[in-house]
Design a protein around this ligand. Sequence first.
Ligand code: ADP
Ligand code: ZN
Length: 622
Amino acid sequence: MTGAGSAAGATPAPGERALDILRSVFGYGDFRGLQRPIIEHVIAGGDALVLMPTGGGKSLCYQIPALVRPGLGIVVSPLIALMKDQVDALRQAGVRAAYLNSTLTAAEAADIEQAMRQGALDLVYVAPERLVTARCLELLARCRLALFAIDEAHCVSQWGHDFRPEYLQLSVLHERFPEVPRLALTATADGPTRSDILARLKLEQAQVFAAGFDRPNIRYRVVAKAEAKAQLLQFLSSEHQGDAGIVYCLSRRRVEEVAAWLNERGRVALPYHAGLDAATRERNQDRFLREEGVVIVATVAFGMGIDKPNVRFVVHLDAPKSLEAYYQETGRAGRDGLPADAWMTYGMADVTALLALLDAASLDERQRRIERHKLNALLGFCETASCRRQVLLGYFGEREHPSCGNCDNCLRPARVWDGLVAAQKALSAVFRTGQRFGVGHLVDVLRGELTERVQRFGHDKLRTFGVGTELDKREWQSVFRQLVAQGHLDVDVEGHGGLHLSESAPAVLRGEVPVAFRGEAAEPKLGRRRARGGERAAGLAALDGAASPGDEALWEALRARRLELAREQGVPPYVIFHDATLLEMVHRRPRDLGQMSVIPGVGRSKLERYGETFLALIAAAG
Ligand code: ADP
Ligand code: ZN
């Protein structure tokens, strides 16, 4: 595809070309959010930093300008394992795309390099370490270049958690090719990361495009941890039969245990953590991408760059390390814009584990304060009785967000109660038992349980013994957790989770500061929205609840055909059509190619390849 660039004349304006490509190649009716201004800015030759949430539509921001501008677009992407899928998806849409990385043979790479020099490609994905070699830079110097897109640009920052030293060398692009526009793209929001990207990639001249970070289709829920695995199974079977999703755990051992446990109960669950050899990791990731309904049980080692659009849930069986991590991990759910769940179980053990991690890290005083601040923000999110989305977005600087109506606290407002007296009882139990016992024992003392331990330490003789029968065990556990989250108690992480009073505790004991607690509700009976049909796929239930049995059969038939086509070509199913596209087919029942062509996600190339096949299935369904 050759373009007119910014030259004026008889050719259509770049903005129109862009819209035309959006419709004919990608099959979408209109731009979303900031896509149009970003694309126009880059087509005109400007540099840009694009901050957009996952699923916001970053890819088109460089793919379309690369097609409109003359020459070749180079995409820097850190994840070799995923390049093939990205390129396959473009080829399905009829775009001349390729990748250059270490998985190619020398002969294959040579062919692609030749095609690049001859102007036979529109987009080439390159691994960063390869791009900055002298050889590759010389190759680029002999190509006509449309733009550079630097994906996952936060990898250049040491501030975040995905730092990649090779990204630092990418500033060479500016030095060698000052006239070629560059875009850096990321879903990581915070200010320090943003300044790092601008400075280290020499993007000081870039225009910054920051979209709001809300992910309205994700429903946030935090439940008190009791029997985490059983709670997980209940969640999966009542809401996510047959759906694909990710379950995050803190340790490798726990990952293995949970994956095995789910398998025994009939779910296809695959482990993923840094302790597995590379081949196993790749195989498990591949099955997650290519099959339907696979659950990945993983440590945080899993997920960067995963752009499977139909991840229907992200579970945190253990609390994440920070709200940044939580936002990024949950952000992998629902890229396709259909309803998705972020569901966490959280308990005192999580608080202790996170404090222990922080304690063990070798950090200077300043860094430790920052980390402690981040941890407090996370605990605040877990314990809040207000809208979770407000808390989350507020942390990333988006204040004034209205309550969302799509989190547990909005859907089922938590009771907030005046907890001063309970707090005083809890704190004095800590004090009188010598500030070294954990929650279990303290609750026994408060509730007047004559356990062996209580008797051994003579704690039945204390004034606090039995003063707390008004709350049950679970409620007291919640009180202690919230006292830690509010900073009135500290946890001795080296011992056995023993609690001691913090600096602010005496003021509470004297009744000088108010204390409020979030009421511990019974396990919320939420999310029945998708539970109705039992085995029914969640995606279909997203069809405005109007799904008839005939719809269900058609949906299954379309999915089965898609999987067949994907297998034949060795690509993931979503590269053929997204769930959202199949849902529209069920919904609108197109009768001919003309009607099929206006289904979102059906571009010219896919219409030619698959239009008739899918029309036949729809016609057969009546
Ligand atoms: P990101 O890289 O920001 O996470 P993607 O580029 O993968 O997001 O896009 C997310 C989803 O949104 C994809 O399924 C993509 O096809 C879809 N999408 C992007 N732009 C549009 C648009 N203008 N109209 C409809 N769907 C879009
Ligand atoms: Zn809410």
